[in-house]
Design a protein around this ligand. Structure first.
Ligand SMILES: Cc1ncc(COP(=O)(O)O)c(C=O)c1O
Length: 416
């Protein structure tokens, strides 16, 4: 945000007002929830919206009576809200689904008939397996999968490496993440999409991990498809697919006669979880309320800048722990290159033991392969033991980071 030179406007951290709106945080004041990458907490607005739907509007759409028409209107409004969350050109570009994994699988399977033996798809070493496996399965049709590899240090994807892969002239699709759920690193999807487009390749973006952390502008990213999940952005368990209208129209998903051939309906199997979609409207309302004028994009920018401070504080705190190494960007001065998700090891300690120790102190974190076993292997880490991970979002605080620092100190000093 622009400000006059010398005049610094201090904003209160978002967590100040946000925490009291999340019953799970408000009612458990001693608990530190640092497992947001696995699913975030939900604000009261979401519960109210689900309750209202189930109690007063739990009917099928398409009927000739008022409650059914109210469901239709709610679905239309939710599509519009998600379209504005992504700056999509039209709500028609938004399809609802069960979760991101099933949406990625569907797009991969619809892509299969468009590919010929010898065509190539590019997948990355940085992705969650949900955005690798479905594309690798295309190999059964004679397609060749090639890996866009990470670079050390920092486990980064470099655009020049994609450029090299695209030189074959046979790449038809590039699947990549907007941010890694293991390293927290943000990928330059706009640059990658530009290169892919020039080479005639379609692009699929897994935005699941980035979505709660900042503004997504699909027009700026320039990709063809993108998926994200409701339960990571303070809403219920469901998934969203965005696709450029012409890119969606080129695909022919399996459908029964009663499902229209045009997007978005062609990509939606059967009846959706209407209460979940109502809940997502609640989540979007919550997010928009974080901006004084209710602007969703500005609210997401505010989250991004607030979380930069959290990333800096977190990396600074972790740098203080003896024997701790981070997979990914560890420089607090480069917090803009990441979101506040950090995976780490402490020499001499099993990640499971680290996370159990944190749990005993009321800090909820995660350990294991983080669904990114290829990334761990490429980084010389055994996926069976994996790493410990803390993942923060805008409702977390510096006091909680201090608690983490103290807990890790206590653990690492036992190793003497
Ligand atoms: C980066 C990333 N991609 C994909 C997924 C899968 O999403 P879903 O659980 O909605 O299928 C996850 C889930 O943790 C994720 O973190």
């Amino acid at each position: 945000m622009a400000s006059e030179p010398g005049l610094r406007i201090e904003q209160r951290p978002l967590s100040d007002g946000a925490r009291s709106r999340f019953p799970a945080l408000r009612d458990a004041p001693g608990t530190v929830f640092f497992d947001n990458a696995a699913g975030a907490q939900v604000p009261e607005e979401v519960l109210d919206a689900i309750r209202e739907h189930l109690l007063r509007r739990n009917v099928q759409r398409g009927g000739r009576y008022d409650r059914s028409q109210a469901v239709e209107a709610m679905l239309g409004e939710a599509r519009e809200r998600v379209a504005s969350f992504l700056n999509a050109e039209s709500p028609q570009e938004i399809s609802f689904g069960l979760n991101s994994t099933s949406l990625i699988r569907m797009i991969a399977e619809c892509t299969r008939p468009k590919l010929r033996a010898g065509d190539e798809v590019v997948v990355t070493e940085l992705d969650h397996e949900a955005n690798i496996g479905p594309w690798l399965r295309l190999e059964a049709s004679g397609v060749k999968a090639r890996f866009w590899k990470i670079r050390s240090p920092g486990a980064r994807l470099e655009t020049r490496d994609l450029e090299e892969l695209l030189r074959s002239g046979r790449v038809r699709l590039v699947a990549m993440p907007l941010a890694s759920n293991a390293t927290g690193g943000v990928v330059d999807v706009a640059a990658a999409s530009r290169l892919a487009r020039k080479a005639g390749a379609t692009t699929f973006v897994d935005a699941v991990h980035f979505a709660p952390h900042g503004r997504i502008d699909v027009q700026e990213l320039g990709a063809d498809f993108l998926a994200f999940s409701g339960y990571k952005i303070f809403g219920p368990h469901m998934g969203f697919l965005w696709g450029r209208l012409d890119a969606l129209r080129e695909l022919k998903p399996a459908r029964e006669f009663f499902i229209p051939a045009d997007p978005p309906y062609a990509f939606e199997a059967g009846t959706q979880t209407y209460e979940g979609i109502a809940g997502m409207l609640g989540a979007m309302r919550y997010l928009a309320s974080l901006d004084a004028e209710g602007s969703l994009p500005r609210a997401m920018d505010r989250i991004r800048s607030d979380e930069r401070g959290l990333s800096e504080a977190l990396l600074t705190a972790l740098a203080d722990v003896r024997g701790l190494t981070i997979l990914g960007e560890s420089d607090p001065g480069r917090a803009e290159a990441r979101v506040p998700t950090v995976s780490f090891a402490i020499s001499g300690f099993d990640p499971a033991r680290i996370v159990e120790h944190l749990a005993s102190r009321g800090i909820q974190a995660r350990d294991g392969h983080l669904y990114a076993p290829r990334l761990l292997e490429a980084s010389g880490i055994d996926p069976k033991t994996g790493l410990a991970r803390v993942s923060l979002c805008h409702y977390n605080t510096r006091e909680e980071i201090e608690k983490l620092r103290e807990a890790l100190h206590a653990l690492s000093s036992r190793n003497t």
